[in-house]
Design a protein around this ligand. Sequence first.
Ligand SMILES: C[S@@+](CC[C@H](N)C(=O)[O-])C[C@H]1O[C@@H](n2cnc3c(N)ncnc32)[C@H](O)[C@@H]1O
Length: 238
Amino acid sequence: MVSIETSIYLDFLSKFGVGGAHPGGIQLTKEIFKSERITPTTHILDVGCGTGQTAAYLATQYGAIVTGIDINPVMVEKAKTRMATYQLPVKIIQGSIENFPLKDETFDFIISESVLSFVKKPRSLTEIFRLLKGGGRFIANELTINQRIDPSNKKEITQFYGLDSLLMERDWITLLQRTGFKEINIHKQEPITQQNLTPEFYYSDYIEPELYTIMNQHVYIMAKYQGILDYRVLLCTK
Ligand SMILES: C[S@@+](CC[C@H](N)C(=O)[O-])C[C@H]1O[C@@H](n2cnc3c(N)ncnc32)[C@H](O)[C@@H]1O
């Protein structure tokens, strides 16, 4: 049984079934994978796969062997429905990346899109490293702050999103290095335009009334911390 400590923001994402719930959305995902070598024999893990949009894309576009893991049962159900609807052989598992029951060196590629910010990072990165084959690639698109912020602002952000901590680019790099990753690069950052920010929605039958205000609160926090709350796409090798 997976113990799930969720945030109201993650509850909102799951009940509204937001697909591509990461900076740049599925368009950025597609662009990043263009520079990677993915074939039908590549084993890929999508950590915190949400409703499975990226996992489905990787299976469809490259014919890769894809597994998705997510801790949230609503997300898992929606991802499974997606794979069944499009008859995609993508395995969706409910579980936590902090403690994943698969053997060492299972995957050639692991991707996390807006997930590590929510979890215990050293523990999760150790699991990701363990699950990757030698020479395997890890790509993380994660929330990053551009400058240190004072404790009250930090509390506002971490409490709303249910984040473990807020990291700057150099903190991410240090963590990846400490885990053992090599050849750490940052994907060239493009400003995010509205054009590539069209999320997908897959609504639950019942949505708690309090979740309807969460989107506005998210937009408010993004606007308040514009220029500070940002993201980085970190690419590295085991
Ligand atoms: C912001 S959403 C991103 C979902 C998806 N990657 C996307 O881009 O649409 C974060 C996801 O991480 C999942 N998550 C949070 N903690 C997790 C954990 N410990 N293990 C696995 N998934 C987790 C949440 O349930 C949620 O689906």
